[in-house]
Design a protein around this ligand. Structure first.
Ligand SMILES: NC(=O)c1ccc[n+]([C@@H]2O[C@H](COP(=O)([O-])OP(=O)(O)OC[C@H]3O[C@@H](n4cnc5c(N)ncnc54)[C@H](O)[C@@H]3O)[C@@H](O)[C@H]2O)c1
Length: 369
């Protein structure tokens, strides 16, 4: 006779909210990015922001007022989880708080959308992925550039074999806020200063936007097998500090990768890309064709070089169908009970690649994943 599985071995079930039931959301961390969460969630039918939390009470109160004025204001996460009746939480705190706060939220059995990077190291990210699985709730990490329909179309073309075997990949994420004043003065803005300080949990440009470009490249091409990274904090900043922030986090990263499918790639990111504010590019070359994406040009279109065009190096623009954004996918996952992507397990996989970059920089060697 077959043994019955113990309760603890059963796969946990994601609680389902019906189509009509309201979803009560809390937003933790009410700084810059939280506005995007509030705006997008409030566009989604049935979602109500019932609580907000920030260590800065005034900021939390102003945020609550700005986004409908009905949310209860907290300055302590544990108190919010004890007192507010919520179904789901968006964790939009700085990177260092993603792990401790998300683990609290998961222990309380709430669905969670956590900002990227999932954690500041792989062991924490793995712990979060395991806790999420155990809790049986919807868990997603905000790799927001997946919202671009073009990357979804690119993944489809690669998985259908339209490009043949993938051989060569180039991906970059370019910013210039250390040079340009377009996003304000980083020297006096806490939201930029914590991103430059390892003491404040930052993993530099690699942890801040390198996560996006690693996710962006590996979504169509597949996992990384090994990598070799160079990280640099340019001397102009090295060793200096602004207020309580030592400016020691990397601000440029170059990564040579070998993918599990054998393709080679170059992934790079910097905050010193003069001339670019916030640009993502991906080029994928295969034995039968190629594709390229430039999100400055379009989120909905990509260029392909396929078939006879390969011989002429001619590119055609194709339109990608509309795809739901992560906020919509998160709510759909809560309503349907089907885990959405990218989940915490994916966030942990990317975190493993980030840790490997730091290992590679320290040892000046190739690191296997
Ligand atoms: N997915 C994306 O495209 C994207 C874009 C921008 C930022 N982000 C991420 O969003 C997060 C927040 O970034 P931001 O630019 O909004 O930063 P921010 O500094 O503007 O805001 C962070 C807020 O969290 C609050 N906070 C800090 N510790 C807290 C705690 N323990 N409990 C509650 N609140 C706390 C701060 O007071 C601040 O108001 C970061 O992890 C960042 O990487 C993601």
């Amino acid at each position: 006779m077959k043994k019955k599985p113990k309760a603890s071995q059963k796969a946990p079930r994601i609680p389902i909210k019906t189509k009509d039931a309201p979803i009560r959301l809390a937003i933790i961390g009410t700084g810059g990015m939280a506005n995007a969460h509030a705006i997008e969630f409030l566009k989604t039918p049935g979602v109500r922001i019932v609580a907000v939390c920030d260590v800065n009470e005034q900021r939390a109160s102003e945020f609550a007022a700005k986004h409908g004025g009905k949310a209860a204001v907290f300055t302590d996460v544990a108190k919010l989880l004890r007192e507010a009746e919520v179904d789901a939480v968006a964790n939009v705190t700085p990177d260092a708080f993603h792990a401790p706060i998300s683990l609290q939220v998961l222990a309380a059995g709430k669905h969670i959308l956590c900002e990227k990077p999932l954690a500041t190291n792989y062991p924490d990210a793995k712990r979060m992925a395991l806790a999420a699985k155990k809790a049986g709730v919807v868990n997603m990490v905000n790799f927001s550039y997946r919202n671009a329909p073009a990357i979804q179309k690119a993944s489809q073309l690669v998985s259908e074999g339209k490009l043949g075997d993938i051989v060569h990949v180039e991906a970059n994420y370019l910013q210039s806020w250390l040079v340009s004043n377009a996003w304000g003065d980083w020297k006096t803005t806490p939201a930029w200063l914590w991103r430059l300080s390892t003491k404040h949990g930052s993993k530099g440009v690699l942890g801040d936007v390198g996560v996006h470009i690693i996710d962006f490249a590996t979504l169509p091409v597949g996992p990384i097998k090994s990598l070799n990274a160079r990280l640099k904090t340019f001397t102009e900043l090295k060793g200096k500090r602004r207020r309580e922030y030592p400016l020691d986090a990397n601000d440029s990263a170059l990564i040579q990768v070998e993918f599990a499918n054998g393709a080679l790639g170059v992934i790079h990111t910097t905050r010193w890309a003069t001339g670019y504010h916030n640009s993502l590019h991906l080029h994928v070359h295969g034995t039968k064709g190629a594709l390229r994406l430039d999100l400055d040009r379009s989120h909905d279109e990509l260029e392909v070089c396929l078939g006879a065009d390969v011989h002429k190096a001619a590119w055609k623009t194709i339109k990608a169908p509309k795809t739901p954004n992560i906020y919509q996918r998160f709510i759909t996952a809560i309503r349907t009970g089907e885990q959405g992507q990218p989940d915490f397990a994916r966030g942990a996989e990317i975190q493993k690649a980030l840790d490997a970059c730091f290992d590679s920089e320290c040892t000046r060697s190739t690191v296997k994943l």
